[in-house]
Design a protein around this ligand. Structure first.
Ligand SMILES: NC(=O)c1ccc[n+]([C@@H]2O[C@H](COP(=O)([O-])OP(=O)(O)OC[C@H]3O[C@@H](n4cnc5c(N)ncnc54)[C@H](OP(=O)(O)O)[C@@H]3O)[C@@H](O)[C@H]2O)c1
Length: 279
Protein backbone atom coordinates (compact mmCIF):
# COMPACT_ATOMS: atom_id res chain seq x y z
CA UNK A 1 0.00 0.00 0.00
CA UNK A 2 1.22 3.49 -0.76
CA UNK A 3 1.22 5.99 2.06
CA UNK A 4 -1.88 8.26 2.13
CA UNK A 5 -3.52 6.54 -0.86
CA UNK A 6 -7.17 6.00 0.10
CA UNK A 7 -7.67 2.33 0.89
CA UNK A 8 -10.33 0.19 2.51
CA UNK A 9 -9.38 -0.44 6.13
CA UNK A 10 -11.18 -2.78 8.51
CA UNK A 11 -11.13 -1.46 12.10
CA UNK A 12 -12.16 -3.92 14.83
CA UNK A 13 -13.43 -2.63 18.16
CA UNK A 14 -14.70 0.52 16.47
CA UNK A 15 -17.16 1.16 19.30
CA UNK A 16 -14.29 1.42 21.79
CA UNK A 17 -12.20 4.42 22.77
CA UNK A 18 -9.27 3.70 20.45
CA UNK A 19 -11.20 2.08 17.59
CA UNK A 20 -13.82 4.83 17.33
CA UNK A 21 -11.16 7.53 17.11
CA UNK A 22 -8.84 5.63 14.78
CA UNK A 23 -11.73 4.80 12.44
CA UNK A 24 -12.89 8.43 12.33
CA UNK A 25 -9.38 9.86 11.98
CA UNK A 26 -8.41 7.42 9.19
CA UNK A 27 -11.64 8.31 7.38
CA UNK A 28 -10.73 12.00 7.73
CA UNK A 29 -7.36 11.13 6.16
CA UNK A 30 -9.15 9.88 3.06
CA UNK A 31 -9.48 6.16 3.72
CA UNK A 32 -12.61 4.08 3.33
CA UNK A 33 -13.36 2.51 6.71
CA UNK A 34 -15.26 -0.62 7.54
CA UNK A 35 -15.91 -0.16 11.26
CA UNK A 36 -16.68 -3.36 13.17
CA UNK A 37 -19.44 -3.42 15.75
CA UNK A 38 -20.67 -6.46 17.70
CA UNK A 39 -23.42 -6.82 15.08
CA UNK A 40 -20.86 -7.41 12.34
CA UNK A 41 -17.83 -8.86 14.15
CA UNK A 42 -17.15 -10.93 17.25
CA UNK A 43 -13.89 -12.10 18.75
CA UNK A 44 -15.63 -15.42 19.42
CA UNK A 45 -15.94 -16.05 15.66
CA UNK A 46 -13.73 -13.46 13.97
CA UNK A 47 -13.83 -12.68 10.27
CA UNK A 48 -12.43 -10.09 7.88
CA UNK A 49 -14.75 -8.59 5.24
CA UNK A 50 -13.97 -9.10 1.57
CA UNK A 51 -11.82 -6.68 -0.40
CA UNK A 52 -10.12 -4.84 2.44
CA UNK A 53 -6.54 -3.62 2.12
CA UNK A 54 -5.58 -3.63 5.79
CA UNK A 55 -6.79 -4.30 9.33
CA UNK A 56 -6.42 -2.25 12.52
CA UNK A 57 -7.26 -4.62 15.36
CA UNK A 58 -8.58 -2.75 18.43
CA UNK A 59 -11.18 -5.21 19.76
CA UNK A 60 -10.14 -6.91 22.99
CA UNK A 61 -11.07 -7.58 26.56
CA UNK A 62 -9.35 -4.51 27.94
CA UNK A 63 -10.29 -4.81 31.60
CA UNK A 64 -7.46 -6.18 33.73
CA UNK A 65 -10.02 -7.41 36.27
CA UNK A 66 -12.10 -9.20 33.61
CA UNK A 67 -8.99 -11.01 32.33
CA UNK A 68 -8.09 -12.12 35.88
CA UNK A 69 -11.67 -13.26 36.50
CA UNK A 70 -11.90 -15.41 33.35
CA UNK A 71 -8.40 -16.16 32.06
CA UNK A 72 -9.54 -18.85 29.62
CA UNK A 73 -11.93 -16.43 27.89
CA UNK A 74 -9.22 -13.75 27.92
CA UNK A 75 -6.82 -16.07 26.07
CA UNK A 76 -9.51 -17.10 23.59
CA UNK A 77 -10.53 -13.53 22.73
CA UNK A 78 -7.29 -11.61 23.16
CA UNK A 79 -4.82 -14.22 21.87
CA UNK A 80 -6.52 -16.84 19.71
CA UNK A 81 -8.82 -14.40 17.89
CA UNK A 82 -5.86 -12.10 17.20
CA UNK A 83 -3.76 -15.00 15.92
CA UNK A 84 -6.64 -16.05 13.64
CA UNK A 85 -6.96 -12.51 12.25
CA UNK A 86 -3.20 -12.33 11.69
CA UNK A 87 -3.23 -15.62 9.75
CA UNK A 88 -6.27 -14.64 7.71
CA UNK A 89 -4.73 -11.26 6.85
CA UNK A 90 -1.47 -12.99 5.87
CA UNK A 91 -3.32 -15.35 3.57
CA UNK A 92 -4.88 -12.35 1.86
CA UNK A 93 -1.47 -10.61 1.77
CA UNK A 94 -2.76 -7.58 3.66
CA UNK A 95 -1.15 -5.94 6.72
CA UNK A 96 -2.62 -6.11 10.22
CA UNK A 97 -1.83 -3.52 12.89
CA UNK A 98 -2.30 -4.85 16.41
CA UNK A 99 -2.92 -2.48 19.32
CA UNK A 100 -1.02 -3.62 22.39
CA UNK A 101 -0.25 -1.97 25.71
CA UNK A 102 2.39 -0.59 28.06
CA UNK A 103 1.14 -3.20 30.55
CA UNK A 104 3.33 -5.81 28.85
CA UNK A 105 5.94 -4.42 31.29
CA UNK A 106 5.99 -4.74 35.09
CA UNK A 107 6.97 -1.14 35.76
CA UNK A 108 10.24 -1.84 37.55
CA UNK A 109 12.65 -0.66 34.82
CA UNK A 110 11.12 2.30 33.00
CA UNK A 111 11.48 3.82 30.51
CA UNK A 112 10.98 0.86 28.18
CA UNK A 113 12.29 0.80 24.64
CA UNK A 114 10.80 -1.53 22.04
CA UNK A 115 13.52 -4.14 22.53
CA UNK A 116 12.99 -4.42 26.32
CA UNK A 117 11.87 -7.90 27.32
CA UNK A 118 8.14 -7.96 28.22
CA UNK A 119 7.45 -9.12 31.78
CA UNK A 120 3.72 -8.68 32.42
CA UNK A 121 2.53 -9.25 35.99
CA UNK A 122 -1.16 -9.40 34.98
CA UNK A 123 -3.08 -11.92 32.91
CA UNK A 124 -4.23 -9.07 30.64
CA UNK A 125 -0.61 -8.18 29.96
CA UNK A 126 0.27 -11.81 29.27
CA UNK A 127 -2.53 -12.13 26.72
CA UNK A 128 -1.26 -9.03 24.93
CA UNK A 129 2.34 -10.34 24.84
CA UNK A 130 1.18 -13.68 23.43
CA UNK A 131 -0.98 -11.90 20.85
CA UNK A 132 1.93 -9.64 19.85
CA UNK A 133 4.12 -12.69 19.22
CA UNK A 134 1.42 -14.40 17.20
CA UNK A 135 0.99 -11.29 15.05
CA UNK A 136 4.70 -10.68 14.41
CA UNK A 137 5.49 -14.36 13.82
CA UNK A 138 2.77 -14.67 11.18
CA UNK A 139 3.77 -12.11 8.57
CA UNK A 140 6.41 -9.41 8.24
CA UNK A 141 3.73 -7.04 6.93
CA UNK A 142 2.04 -7.11 10.33
CA UNK A 143 3.01 -4.73 13.12
CA UNK A 144 2.41 -3.97 16.79
CA UNK A 145 1.65 -0.55 18.28
CA UNK A 146 2.06 -0.49 22.06
CA UNK A 147 -0.15 2.26 23.45
CA UNK A 148 0.37 3.95 26.81
CA UNK A 149 -2.66 4.94 28.91
CA UNK A 150 -4.99 6.50 26.34
CA UNK A 151 -6.78 9.83 26.85
CA UNK A 152 -9.60 10.72 24.50
CA UNK A 153 -13.30 11.13 23.99
CA UNK A 154 -15.72 8.39 23.05
CA UNK A 155 -19.15 9.26 21.68
CA UNK A 156 -18.38 12.91 22.42
CA UNK A 157 -17.72 12.33 26.13
CA UNK A 158 -14.50 11.65 28.08
CA UNK A 159 -13.70 7.97 27.42
CA UNK A 160 -11.75 5.16 29.08
CA UNK A 161 -10.37 6.04 32.52
CA UNK A 162 -11.30 9.71 31.95
CA UNK A 163 -14.98 8.75 32.03
CA UNK A 164 -14.62 7.43 35.59
CA UNK A 165 -12.34 10.24 36.69
CA UNK A 166 -14.36 13.17 35.32
CA UNK A 167 -17.60 11.69 36.72
CA UNK A 168 -15.99 11.35 40.16
CA UNK A 169 -14.72 14.93 40.08
CA UNK A 170 -18.06 16.30 38.83
CA UNK A 171 -20.01 14.42 41.50
CA UNK A 172 -17.35 15.19 44.13
CA UNK A 173 -17.10 11.49 44.96
CA UNK A 174 -13.85 10.64 46.81
CA UNK A 175 -11.61 9.46 43.97
CA UNK A 176 -8.50 7.50 44.98
CA UNK A 177 -5.54 8.02 42.64
CA UNK A 178 -2.18 6.35 43.12
CA UNK A 179 0.87 8.47 43.82
CA UNK A 180 3.23 5.57 43.10
CA UNK A 181 1.83 4.44 39.76
CA UNK A 182 3.16 6.40 36.79
CA UNK A 183 2.07 6.53 33.17
CA UNK A 184 2.98 8.40 29.97
CA UNK A 185 -0.57 9.28 28.76
CA UNK A 186 -1.16 9.08 25.02
CA UNK A 187 -3.62 11.32 23.17
CA UNK A 188 -5.89 9.08 21.11
CA UNK A 189 -5.61 11.48 18.16
CA UNK A 190 -1.92 10.58 17.82
CA UNK A 191 -2.68 6.93 16.92
CA UNK A 192 -4.22 7.15 13.43
CA UNK A 193 -1.25 8.68 11.53
CA UNK A 194 1.01 6.01 13.01
CA UNK A 195 -1.42 3.19 12.22
CA UNK A 196 -1.65 4.58 8.69
CA UNK A 197 2.15 4.49 8.34
CA UNK A 198 2.22 0.92 9.65
CA UNK A 199 -0.46 -0.15 7.15
CA UNK A 200 1.55 1.50 4.39
CA UNK A 201 4.60 -0.60 5.29
CA UNK A 202 6.58 2.39 6.60
CA UNK A 203 6.82 0.80 10.06
CA UNK A 204 7.84 -2.78 10.75
CA UNK A 205 7.79 -4.70 14.02
CA UNK A 206 6.90 -3.03 17.31
CA UNK A 207 6.57 0.68 18.11
CA UNK A 208 5.83 2.57 21.32
CA UNK A 209 3.25 5.38 21.42
CA UNK A 210 3.23 7.70 24.46
CA UNK A 211 3.65 11.31 25.46
CA UNK A 212 7.00 12.32 26.88
CA UNK A 213 5.63 13.01 30.35
CA UNK A 214 5.79 10.31 33.04
CA UNK A 215 3.14 11.34 35.57
CA UNK A 216 1.62 9.72 38.63
CA UNK A 217 -2.07 8.82 38.50
CA UNK A 218 -2.61 11.58 41.04
CA UNK A 219 -0.83 14.18 38.86
CA UNK A 220 -2.89 13.03 35.86
CA UNK A 221 -6.05 13.49 37.96
CA UNK A 222 -5.08 17.05 38.91
CA UNK A 223 -4.31 17.86 35.25
CA UNK A 224 -7.76 16.52 34.32
CA UNK A 225 -9.41 18.68 37.00
CA UNK A 226 -7.62 21.77 35.64
CA UNK A 227 -8.58 21.04 32.02
CA UNK A 228 -12.24 20.36 32.87
CA UNK A 229 -12.37 23.30 35.29
CA UNK A 230 -13.35 21.01 38.18
CA UNK A 231 -12.45 21.11 41.84
CA UNK A 232 -9.70 18.57 42.58
CA UNK A 233 -10.59 18.22 46.27
CA UNK A 234 -12.27 14.87 45.61
CA UNK A 235 -8.89 13.39 44.62
CA UNK A 236 -7.56 11.16 47.39
CA UNK A 237 -3.79 10.66 47.02
CA UNK A 238 -3.37 6.93 47.62
CA UNK A 239 -0.37 4.60 47.84
CA UNK A 240 -0.74 1.42 45.82
CA UNK A 241 0.29 -1.33 48.22
CA UNK A 242 2.65 -4.05 47.08
CA UNK A 243 0.21 -6.70 48.22
CA UNK A 244 -2.58 -5.27 46.00
CA UNK A 245 -4.66 -7.96 44.34
CA UNK A 246 -3.16 -7.28 40.94
CA UNK A 247 0.60 -6.87 41.02
CA UNK A 248 1.54 -3.19 41.15
CA UNK A 249 2.76 -1.62 37.99
CA UNK A 250 4.81 1.35 39.15
CA UNK A 251 6.12 3.12 36.08
CA UNK A 252 5.42 1.77 32.62
CA UNK A 253 6.83 4.81 30.79
CA UNK A 254 7.37 3.96 27.14
CA UNK A 255 10.43 5.26 25.31
CA UNK A 256 9.20 6.70 22.00
CA UNK A 257 12.52 7.66 20.42
CA UNK A 258 12.02 5.18 17.59
CA UNK A 259 8.85 6.88 16.32
CA UNK A 260 10.06 10.40 17.08
CA UNK A 261 13.17 9.73 14.99
CA UNK A 262 10.81 9.00 12.09
CA UNK A 263 9.15 12.42 12.54
CA UNK A 264 6.08 11.45 14.59
CA UNK A 265 5.16 13.77 17.46
CA UNK A 266 3.05 13.19 20.57
CA UNK A 267 0.57 15.64 22.05
CA UNK A 268 1.37 16.84 25.60
CA UNK A 269 -1.24 15.81 28.19
CA UNK A 270 -2.44 19.35 28.99
CA UNK A 271 -3.06 20.11 25.29
CA UNK A 272 -4.82 16.77 24.80
CA UNK A 273 -7.06 17.33 27.82
CA UNK A 274 -7.96 20.85 26.73
CA UNK A 275 -9.01 19.46 23.35
CA UNK A 276 -11.10 16.72 24.97
CA UNK A 277 -12.72 19.13 27.45
CA UNK A 278 -13.58 21.72 24.74
CA UNK A 279 -13.85 19.86 21.43
N1 LIG B 1 -7.53 2.61 26.54
C1 LIG B 1 -6.26 2.48 26.91
O1 LIG B 1 -5.80 3.19 27.83
C2 LIG B 1 -5.36 1.49 26.22
C3 LIG B 1 -4.02 1.47 26.61
C4 LIG B 1 -3.16 0.57 26.02
C5 LIG B 1 -3.62 -0.28 25.03
N2 LIG B 1 -4.93 -0.27 24.67
C6 LIG B 1 -5.36 -1.23 23.63
O2 LIG B 1 -6.09 -0.55 22.64
C7 LIG B 1 -7.11 -1.42 22.12
C8 LIG B 1 -8.45 -0.74 22.24
O3 LIG B 1 -8.66 -0.37 23.59
P1 LIG B 1 -9.89 0.57 24.02
O4 LIG B 1 -9.42 1.40 25.14
O5 LIG B 1 -10.47 1.21 22.82
O6 LIG B 1 -10.88 -0.52 24.61
P2 LIG B 1 -12.44 -0.42 24.85
O7 LIG B 1 -12.88 1.00 24.90
O8 LIG B 1 -12.69 -1.32 26.02
O9 LIG B 1 -13.05 -1.07 23.54
C9 LIG B 1 -12.90 -2.44 23.29
C10 LIG B 1 -13.56 -2.75 21.96
O10 LIG B 1 -13.51 -4.16 21.78
C11 LIG B 1 -14.82 -4.61 21.50
N3 LIG B 1 -15.02 -5.97 22.01
C12 LIG B 1 -14.86 -6.42 23.27
N4 LIG B 1 -15.17 -7.73 23.34
C13 LIG B 1 -15.55 -8.10 22.08
C14 LIG B 1 -15.99 -9.31 21.50
N5 LIG B 1 -16.12 -10.42 22.23
N6 LIG B 1 -16.26 -9.34 20.17
C15 LIG B 1 -16.14 -8.21 19.42
N7 LIG B 1 -15.74 -7.03 19.91
C16 LIG B 1 -15.44 -6.97 21.23
C17 LIG B 1 -15.73 -3.65 22.23
O11 LIG B 1 -17.04 -3.75 21.71
P3 LIG B 1 -18.30 -3.26 22.59
O12 LIG B 1 -18.26 -1.76 22.58
O13 LIG B 1 -19.46 -3.83 21.86
O14 LIG B 1 -18.10 -3.84 23.97
C18 LIG B 1 -15.04 -2.33 21.91
O15 LIG B 1 -15.36 -1.91 20.61
C19 LIG B 1 -7.01 -2.72 22.91
O16 LIG B 1 -6.24 -3.65 22.18
C20 LIG B 1 -6.25 -2.32 24.17
O17 LIG B 1 -5.52 -3.40 24.68
C21 LIG B 1 -5.82 0.60 25.23
Amino acid sequence: MCHRRPVRIFVTGATGLVGENVARDLAARGHEIIAATRATFTLEAPSIPDAVDGVVHCAAITSVAACEADPVRAVALNVHATAWLAREAAQRRIPLVFTSTDLVFDGSRAPYAEDAEPCPPTHYGRTKVDAERAVLDTDERHSVLRLALVVGARRGQPGGFLEWLVRGLRERTPTPLYVNQRRTPLFVGDVAPIAEAALAGRLRGTHHLASGESLSREAIGRAVARAFDLDDEAIVATVLEREARFAPIDDCALDTRKLRALGFAFTPLDRALTQIASP
